[in-house]
Design a protein around this ligand. Sequence first.
Ligand code: BGC
Ligand code: BGC
Length: 860
Amino acid sequence: MNTLAASSCFRFRSRPALLLAIPVALALLAAGCRDEEKPTAAATTDAASPWPAVAWPLAEDPALEKRIDELMAKMTVEEKVGQIVQGDIASLTPEDVRKYRLGSVLAGGNSDPGGKYNATPAQWLALADAFYEASMDTSTGGKAIPILFGIDAVHGQSNIVGATLFPHNIGLGATRNPDLMEKIGKVTAVETRTTGMEWAFAPTVAVPQDDRWGRTYEGYSESPEVVASFAGRMVEGLQGKAGAPDFLDGSHVMVSVKHFLGDGGTTGGKDQGDTKISEAELARIHNAGYPPAIAAGAQTVMASFNSVNGEKMHGNRHLLTEVLKGRMNFGGFVVGDWNGHGQVKGCTNDNCPATIVAGLDMAMAPDSWKGFYETAVAAVKAGTLPMERLDDAVRRILRVKFRLGLFEAGKPSQRPLGGKFELLGAPEHRAVARQAVRESLVLLKNQGGVLPLDPHKNILVAGDGANDVGKQSGGWTLNWQGTGTTRADYPNADSIWEGLQAQVKAAGGKAELAVDGKYKQKPDAAIVVFGENPYAEFQGDIATLLYNPGNDSDLELIKRLKADGIPVVAVFLSGRPLWMNREINAADAFVAAWLPGSEGEGIADVLLRKSDGGVQHDFKGKLGFSWPRTAVQYANNVGQKDYDPQFAFGFGLTYADKGDLAPLPEDSGVSGEQSASGVFFAKGKPSVGLALQLSSASQANMPATTMPAALADGSLKLSAVDYKAQEDARRLQWSGSTAAKLALASGTPLDISRESNGDVQLQLTLRRDSAITAPVWLGVGCGEGCSGRVDLHKTLAALPQGQWKVVGVPLKCFVKAGADVSKLTQVPVLESAAALDLSVSRIALGALNEAEATADCPVQ
Ligand code: BGC
Ligand code: BGC
């Protein structure tokens, strides 16, 4: 048992009279306190326990405990509950903090000062100051307890313009360089402090087992050993070394090791899904990163969205309390994930004392903080949330605040690094990131030793990843999905092209950029940079390991250049290994570059020779994820019985190796067409499993399989039109004679409840070709009584006529309007009773910032 928890347990035990009360005994269990004489079931299995006993590195500090005692003795129930609640800056104001005395605030991926994804560092710092000052302001009552401000600094302080952007974890894993992790953590901490936050929601120590998972790139490796070798070092980089004088000082931030537990093991690689696994395997694979992180003094652990064997982690008392805080001696506090508590059985986002009883210490209740707070206060008063459990949670949170020295630190802008914005993207920081880029590159093929290229020659750089810092940085960059940014948002960065161009120019060679490969002067060699577009979380979940299903333009580009007799080097940007056999065959050299971040020049460092002809930097990267042989080899991981990848875990050529490769088989293993998840209609076709249907009062569910199609009463007509390609869109013409609708119907019910948590939208790429004055309903449905729709007509009327625009409706709006989003059979339904002319080219889920117009929730 950890010494600090033991001290609070001891305090309870020293009041024997209380122990007689059953609720208190339960609370002690919930708090991780066990009576040594009466071992619980978990304690009796210790000898055979798959969970390691970990040594928490911080000795009990009686002076600190005394300060906490004194403070807590004066706190009301309301103030205590306030400490265990974290709201999001998009839904919480400093005024709220002053009033409700909340313990913490976060900035979610899409939450920014003033709602601007590219807000300035000064605006971030001012916001941090405002929240801090509110938490210390006692003019309207309450105790002064400094607030904690958490942010997803997951690859550098990646929400802030100008920050150094490190490769995502998948790239770092390929470096196999734990020393480098510590440096990266340190730089990230420093840059995070400049903008006022003291808490990074990192590192992710997931051990992704199915590469279809949209968060694969957040993990270092599929191998528990690699993850374990990185976790503690990253924690030490971010927080400093436990026991050292600079531990958790003003140049460090505290961590959230996430997501506990089993996030990388869900069935089918479904985000927030269920991890079906034995306890021994759960401990061996998915827990690997936690013991080293705890031993390094990690101050917080984030509970995961997923279930383990059917039970949501936010309600899993055994794992949160007995295993993490008990057996593994975790002496920090457990924070929840974004409304993760709301998914616990019997809970809603606004009401979930059960999660605290299970062992969560702070709920991440972004937009639900008020309801969560009020129901938790009521639960404490009713005794269903035991006071002792609440006290333990508050004590754990206060310990962390004292350890961080927050009570003495002053406001964020007055702390040692507050406002030192020159440190964002400082040259010495970028040098660390550039080293990480170099070391993360994995060379899979080098036919005839085509690499390294001679910088004196004429080099063509092509592909849509060549000159796009947003694309090379991936998700969790300036906004949640990492989409919709521009070059100007990255003042301290080099695109891959810019890095190559600078070095070729310096050497006296010639570099030409032609994204489409249409060069002006025939080059001596071409570098084609291509790959996945940014995504995060479930939006990145895919059905197979096919790259861009249905669109072979990158392969064609490589082939076209080869056909011109040009040697081609393929540089592949991705958040996971994908089936690439055709591209690997087509190109002379193939480099897996992952998601390198701001330092595109790290790629030139390795791909180009020195001016004198020697190697500048050799390839060091080794696969941390097995590379698939087919697009259906999703979960083939090192150490498994049937292990048979195309390139094995640990593979990676160097310049000393002979890089020739015989042609690889080109059968993807995928039969039929696969749909991208979250896309309902694209390129003129409904996704697999969906069908277009037209209905009016006189004719229900008429299939519209061939174009044109029309209802017999003439109320709605559907025809094919062109947007970006021939017949890739549909024109809908309502006559106005009677109400009629178009639906995308699904045979099997679709569950988009997890997508509805947050600000994900249903988005239509459309063009309005008529005036709009009457309601136009966009809805989702699952039959009588479970549909929800919103009137889009004001949003549509405000769009310019005749222009394609992306219009979004937050999924939340459909829920508010009464839809049960867990079993939809129609996504969406578009309905009008008035005359209307509208063309639609795409219907899909998307992030807030991807919409050009967003409907608010004018619920019917
Ligand atoms: C993610 C976490 C993240 C949090 C705050 C969640 O959806 O799962 O990794 O830290 O949001 O943005
Ligand atoms: C937030 C993310 C969060 C996600 C969860 C988004 O709106 O910006 O931080 O992780 O919702 O669904």
